[in-house]
Design a protein around this ligand. Sequence first.
Ligand SMILES: Cc1cc2nc3c(=O)[nH]c(=O)nc-3n(C[C@H](O)[C@H](O)[C@H](O)COP(=O)(O)OP(=O)(O)OC[C@H]3O[C@@H](n4cnc5c(N)ncnc54)[C@H](O)[C@@H]3O)c2cc1C
Length: 403
Amino acid sequence: MFDYLVVGAGFAGSTLAERLASQAGKKVLIIDKRPHIAGNAYDRHDDAGIMIHQYGPHIFHTNSRQVFDYLSKFTKWRQYQHWVKACVDGQLVPIPINLDTINTLYGLNLTSMEVEKFFASVAEPREQILTSEDVVVSRVGRELYEKFFRGYTNKQWGLDPSQLDAAVTARVPTRTNRDQRYFTDAYQAMPAHGYTRMFENMLNHPNIKILLNCDYREVVKHIPFKKMIYTGPVDEFFDYRYGKLPYRSLRFEFETHHTKVYQPAPVINYPNDYAYTRVTEFKYLTGQEHSSTSIVYEFPQDEGDPYYPVPRSENAELYKKYQALAEATPNVFFAGRLATYKYYNMDQVIAQALALFNKISTSDDPIIQTPTATRSTETAPRSNGNGGSPRSRRRQMEEIIKS
Ligand SMILES: Cc1cc2nc3c(=O)[nH]c(=O)nc-3n(C[C@H](O)[C@H](O)[C@H](O)COP(=O)(O)OP(=O)(O)OC[C@H]3O[C@@H](n4cnc5c(N)ncnc54)[C@H](O)[C@@H]3O)c2cc1C
């Protein structure tokens, strides 16, 4: 009998599994339908031996000491301050927009104070800030909005910024100094040996069993457990009762080049050209030394894995209906980006999971599922990053049920 069945081995599920096992002594089975742990943060070495992020570049940054200290139990860090350039009017300029961006773009030599006046002169104040367009135009005016934000947002979300909540571009600050860091959080670093290794350390506990390559719906009736933590899409959990919540997806195209360095920045954004939004060169992020280098192009699309909850008010309304169902579902806790339909970064998901652990860790509860086969003692074999074939997954399942 497992105390907890955790659906999803990303940050939300793995943090909760780790806390429940190590701090509350609970027996946990964590299941993921993908053939690996780490969710969207999964990284691996490609055929050339270069560490890549399979689901797009993930840079860790947080202002939460609690979150940083928590992850530090499972990894050493490589200090890394992220920076990004945007390709605009044929030039590569810093983004977020700063003093150098304006001077390079317009061939000027403004000081910080002068650029502040420049922003004030082009800004178009709006009475109410409701949409992403309002946020940007009211701060930097229409021309910079068109050059840097409109096309990028259209590609990223398939929607015009005037159709998106203010929160989407509220994330992108504008600076009057030359600070070209993408984030300014107190803690910015990359796991020294990668995210997957960090997740392996999190889940390396005798109370935790892992089942990969397995949709929980295939096995949920056969596995005895008391409570569930669910970190998949909340609308899917309730069989889309109120309709589908919109998610934006991505297609990734990886390339390896036989040169030490491919591009002059870790990430280059293309707001106005090409179908892709940005190109990332991984070695900047990971610090890996290698004679070749690997990059990834990101093509936003509607179909595919659900990556981004779409921040629009009607979607928030629809989510509220699912949230009410979730809150009325006994013994199931919903956590993470997809289960709470929130456009969260990794650190926010970890903070949410730690808060949920504090809330639930003391309760003692009844069994809500019984096995159709004989009673179980949790003997699923341990597994690490890669799950293996469907046949090996079936074997894992049989062992769990049989024992
Ligand atoms: C391209 C991209 C770049 C990003 N960059 C950053 C960044 O630089 N910094 C940052 O802080 N955040 C970044 N994020 C956000 C970050 O990925 C998320 O905050 C984090 O991964 C969310 O963790 P999670 O556990 O909620 O979800 P996930 O990592 O998505 O994990 C959910 C898991 O549940 C599994 N699952 C779903 N349904 C089922 C089912 N029915 N049965 C079994 N398993 C199931 C899925 O396979 C998945 O592995 C980025 C996101 C994307 C898409």
